[in-house]
Design a protein around this ligand. Structure first.
Ligand code: ATP
Ligand code: MG
Length: 581
């Protein structure tokens, strides 16, 4: 996929970037023109006055649809302005992070069509630099080792309406702070016995500025640095510094970090004043996170769904993960369209899941080849058709795209049709098969229903018809037949029996968990498997191929098809929104 995307709809972040790019001041702020940062710590080839964004996932779970918005936004803005977007794994919490997640995150970003090229970073790459910076801040009297425990720190912090209180350790002398911090780093102190805090202002109206924690002791194995570090930097201490070290210009994050912005700026500002970071410093910009109806977008809850086996793994097609979406047949283009359509704002809102489905339908309608499949088959016998004969009918691969050609499928005496396309007792306005009525077999002949048979249990098992040999679609005689019903079918002598999995919403509630345990809102019938008959041309399909089954929706060949030696199709999305009616 080409990286340069057509211009997206405008939004406040884009406007801000464009204003920045237009202003000469910004060009000066950006790297002073050339040749790049002077600081020895900063990296990244800075070639011109352009923007640099980043997508900073924590590798503690699989990416979800909310992340897709952030990815499309960060990579999209960079691509639109000839900029660069970094992929940075924000891996400062050894307890929950894993390289399995790192790999899947890479795959999902790549799947969405974005390329971070050489710009892949890990916060853990900066552990030594961050540690050096922390020492500098200690030397400057801007950080101290606190020996209160976590609960005491909380109690001293105050509340939204009351100022905090200084820790009794706040005025430790620099020498003592340095010694203790070195000992923490050397692994000489147990978890929780000390923390390093930034010395800002315990009376600040912004709680984030009340001497936030910069380092914690954690004797744990990190997925990349092993047991090198018994201390780990906090998110707040790490994030902005990493942005600055990578010369990020616009650090786009979700609204809950708005109150952290003064802290983000404070840390980078101090380090710039100490000559450690070159200006211009990155600016943090917040937008409202994506909230989507009928799903959960919290890694903690997604992990719970997987661990407790409420779903069949991270890539269960019902999961709102990107691996699940891919398996279901959702398209990267659909996510791009969705991101553009829902826009970017500062106000929280709940986006209806059907908007995402509409975007998938729109993109799939363009790309998916058509096939015929019968989802609930019943036999139709054309009694006046030669039992030895088979003939070829022709159907377009895509009704709007002639360039995609046509395909042949066969017709013979016995066909499969949808059970619902026959009625013993037709309601008013029913135009399909009932005794005495004529319909067109799509791409084939007009047939007249002359009777039906039942099985031993009394259910209709065979529909009996006669065909009109001069009525074949595409022949001159076809026009002489005016029928109201037009039904689809497959040839029973060579159709392929397969499985189709029909999905419904994973959660019945619009906002799962809003009124109690989110698990109580799970939809008990979110998945139904049916046996289908599909046209013989499906013989060569492979996992990941997506088709429109005429009248039924879009279906994708599931990865398990190969293992089970039977074609399994996941219904990606129906043709119309069945939730609206
Ligand atoms: P969770 O709350 O599910 O654990 P997270 O925000 O902690 O998710 P991160 O790995 O830290 O997950 O997220 C990486 C990036 O994706 C962050 O910049 C974050 O702001 C963004 N992001 C996460 N969830 C959403 C969402 N629902 N909408 C938009 N952006 C999101
Ligand atoms: Mg996070």
């Amino acid at each position: 996929m080409s990286e340069k995307k057509p211009a997206s709809t405008s939004n406040f972040i884009k406007t801000l970037i464009e204003t920045d790019l237009k202003s000469n001041i910004f060009k000066e702020r950006l790297w002073g023109g050339q040749p790049g940062p002077a600081s020895t710590h900063q990296s990244g080839a800075v070639d011109s006055a352009t923007i640099r964004t980043r997508f900073p996932p924590e590798p503690n779970g699989y990416l979800h649809i909310g992340h897709a918005k952030s990815i499309c936004l960060n990579f999209g803005l960079a691509a639109e302005h000839n900029g660069v977007c970094h992929l940075r794994f924000d891996d400062t919490n050894p307890a929950t992070e894993d390289s399995e997640y790192v790999n899947s995150i890479r795959e999902s970003v790549d799947w969405l069509g974005f390329n971070w090229k050489e710009n892949e970073y890990f916060s853990s790459d900066y552990f030594q630099t961050l540690f050096d910076f922390a020492n500098l801040l200690i030397n400057e009297g801007l950080a101290y080792v606190d020996s209160l425990n976590a609960e005491e720190i909380r109690n001293y912090r105050g509340t939204l309406t009351e100022p905090g209180k200084d820790s009794p350790y706040r005025d430790r002398d620099t020498h003592e702070n340095r010694r203790l911090f070195q000992e923490m780093r050397a692994g000489e102190h147990p978890d929780g016995s000390h923390v390093l805090r930034l010395k800002i202002d315990m009376a600040s109206p912004n709680i984030n500025m009340r001497d936030p924690v910069a380092y914690r002791i954690k004797h744990a194995i990190h997925h990349r640095t092993g047991d090198d570090w018994p201390i780990y930097p906090s998110y707040d201490f790490t994030h902005g510094v990493c942005d600055a070290l990578e010369n990020i210009t616009h650090s786009i994050c979700t609204l809950e970090f708005e109150d952290h912005r003064p802290l983000y700026n404070w840390i980078n500002e101090q380090l710039a004043l100490l000559g450690q970071l070159q200006r211009p410093l990155p600016q943090q910009i917040e937008f409202a996170r994506l909230n989507l109806s009928h799903v959960v977008l919290s890694k903690r809850k997604l992990i719970q769904l997987v661990r407790e086996k409420h779903v069949d793994g991270w890539d269960d097609p019902r999961m709102p993960t990107l691996v699940g979406a891919k398996r279901r047949g959702y398209t990267p283009e659909g996510f791009h369209l969705f991101t553009d359509r829902i826009g970017v704002s500062k106000a929280d809102s709940l986006i209806d899941y059907s908007i995402l489905e509409d975007c998938m339908r729109e993109t799939l309608n363009q790309s998916a080849l058509r096939k015929v499949a019968v989802l609930n088959p019943i036999r139709l016998i054309i009694q006046n058709y030669d039992p030895e004969k088979t003939e070829v009918c022709e159907a377009p691969n895509h009704p709007q795209r002639k360039d995609l050609g046509t395909r042949a499928f066969s017709l013979s005496r016995e066909l499969w049709i949808e059970r619902e396309d026959f009625s013993e007792d037709p309601p008013k306005g029913y135009f399909r098969l009932f005794v005495g009525n004529t319909v067109r077999l799509r791409y084939g002949y007009v047939v007249k229903c002359i009777g039906f048979n039942r099985d031993q249990t009394g259910n209709v098992s065979e529909v009996l018809c006669e065909y009109f040999p001069d009525s074949k679609s595409g022949t001159p005689g076809a026009d002489n037949y005016k029928v109201k019903g037009n039904i689809h079918w497959v040839d029973a002598h060579n159709s392929i029996e397969a499985s189709a999995i029909l999905f419904d919403r994973l959660f019945l509630a619009e906002q799962p968990g809003k009124t109690g345990d989110f698990l109580a809102d799970l939809n008990p019938s979110s998945k139904t498997t049916v046996n289908i008959e599909i046209e013989a041309s499906a013989e060569n399909v492979k996992a990941g191929d997506t088709f429109q089954f005429e009248r039924h929706g879009y279906f994708t060949v599931d990865a398990d098809s190969e293992k089970s030696q039977r074609l399994i199709f996941n219904r990606t999305v129906t043709l119309r929104d069945s939730w609206k009616t």
